[in-house]
Design a protein around this ligand. Structure first.
Ligand code: IYR
Length: 230
């Protein structure tokens, strides 16, 4: 930006920043509206293959990348898969791991806890959704000469970015769900990612295949999730 107001702090440029001022009434209304909007988000497991513009996915990813991160390292890579053959390979590999998990890796108690959600080892959404976003965390970065550069609070940073990603998906009128096949290393191989990147989360993005039903879940009340020290 030309002629942008700035000062130097310890030799580093700091630009003038202003946040749009709201009246208390506007703030209350906006916070309430946003809560209701987010409270209408649900994880949906049945996707239609209805296509939509890649530009929407690009905006969603740019939104996620506004997340704060340790030392502003932005330690993430968002891989977007729309290629049918690759989606099919991902589905096959994920279902193989999931079958193993549901059959022997997950405890009976864990499976019991999941029963009401109705998940199993079949993951058709990995082929049905027009886009899969696979989020990788960067354990470290490499400079031009291949030297390791540290990243900080990587899990926290990438977790926050994924929260914003999910919010941006909902804001665009699309659906997603957080899929965490375990172990996830097959994604590193299939997507040919470098050794400093580790798979973090997989999110199919698209539209629901109507009619769609979701579990009748209740969210915790404020007094169960917050403590006020006044
Ligand atoms: N990763 C498996 C199992 C699973 C685990 C939890 I915790 C969930 O909330 C949902 C699923 C799967 O994707 O089916």
């Amino acid at each position: 930006m030309p002629n942008q107001e700035y000062i130097l702090i310890k030799g580093y440029k700091h630009i003038k920043y202003t946040v749009k001022k709201l009246s208390e009434k506007e703030s209350l209304e906006k916070s309430e509206e946003f809560y209701h909007f987010l409270n209408s988000r649900r994880s949906v497991r049945k996707f239609s293959s209805k296509p939509f513009s890649k530009k929407i996915i690009e905006n969603i990813i740019k939104s996620a990348s506004t997340a704060p991160s340790g030392a502003h390292k932005q330690p993430w890579t968002f891989c977007v898969v729309s290629n049918a053959e690759l989606k099919s390979k991902i589905r096959q590999a994920a279902e193989k791991e999931e079958r193993e998990s549901y059959e022997s890796r997950m405890s009976e108690r864990w499976k019991k806890d999941l029963e009401h959600i109705g998940t199993d080892a079949n993951k058709p959404f990995l082929e049905d959704a027009p886009y899969l976003i696979i989020v990788f965390k960067k354990a470290y970065d490499l400079d031009r000469n291949g030297n390791k550069m540290n990243n900080y609070y990587v899990n926290e940073s990438v977790g926050i970015a994924c929260g914003i990603l999910i919010t941006a998906i909902h804001n665009a009128g699309l659906i997603t769900l957080t899929h965490t096949p375990s172990p996830m290393n097959f994604l590193t191989k299939l997507l040919n990612r470098p050794s400093n990147e580790r798979p973090f989360l997989l999110l199919p993005v698209g539209f629901a295949k109507e009619p769609v039903y979701v579990p009748d879940l209740q969210r915790k009340n404020l007094d169960e999730i917050a403590v006020f020290y006044e």
